[in-house]
Design a protein around this ligand. Structure first.
Ligand code: 5GP
Length: 216
């Protein structure tokens, strides 16, 4: 995917980072994502489309675009998704147009998607993608967090716990793994990853001009 952000004083330009955060639900990924977006003006969130009904506190267009199955199928048929997957009996997908617009505007893009999404995005955009997986400190703690959150019924929580074990088993499809036993520490780790990834030579696209001027 062509991606480049405005250059700095030295004429450096760089390709945008497609930054994927995955974790079992309840491991604190949403908190980390919120902190990151508040702290990083060059980073925008990809808002997914889902057939899951909204939870009580969720807002259309902010948390998800909520659609029915028919509309989701139409979007798949019209190739409107960069990636999509079945998760917990519902469908979730990343709308292509929105991500392309963010990249064109010189932004890095944050994705809260599962391992299937991370895998598909990596197939499409390889070197632009950075995949980060956040582990809960323990499965007991994960269940406690889901219960404290109070947004899901007990059978949904049981299903999420089962799903969590499956999600965790895909750790080897990620570039970085972190344990969220302390939100501030985990957040600092995620920020460090983003900062280092932005500086990677392979993302810098204005280097030749700079080197020519440097060695003239
Ligand atoms: P929830 O229903 O708790 O909001 O999300 C359930 C799971 O779906 C989470 O693991 C989340 O990362 C994943 N998910 C959300 N949006 C997308 C998407 O667009 N694509 C994929 N592949 N997974 C998504």
């Amino acid at each position: 995917m062509p991606a480049s952000t405005p250059g700095d004083a030295h004429g450096f330009r760089r390709r945008g980072v497609l930054f994927v955060l995955s974790s079992p639900s309840g491991a604190g990924k949403s908190t980390i994502a919120r902190l990151l977006l508040a702290d990083e003006p060059e980073l925008d969130m990809s808002v997914s489309v889902t057939t899951r009904p909204p939870r009580e506190n969720e807002v259309e267009g902010r948390d998800y675009h909520f659609v029915d199955l028919e509309e989701f199928r139409r979007m798949v048929a019209d190739d409107e998704f960069l990636e999509w997957a079945h998760v917990f009996g519902h469908r979730y997908g990343t709308p292509r147009g929105q991500v392309e617009a963010m990249i064109a505007a010189g932004k890095d893009v944050l994705f809260d998607i599962d391992w299937q999404g991370a895998q598909q995005l990596f197939q499409i955009a390889g070197g632009d993608v950075v995949r980060v997986f956040i582990f809960p400190p323990s499965m007991t703690e994960l269940r406690a967090r889901l219960e404290r959150r109070g947004t899901d019924a007990q059978d949904v929580i049981d299903a999420r716990m089962e799903r969590a074990a499956n999600e965790v088993s895909h750790w080897d499809g990620y570039d970085y793994v972190l344990v969220n036993d302390d939100v501030e520490r985990c957040f600092a780790g995620v920020k460090t990853i983003l900062a280092a990834e932005r500086l990677k030579r392979s993302r810098q696209t204005g280097l030749i001009g700079f080197i020519r001027r440097l060695t003239r």
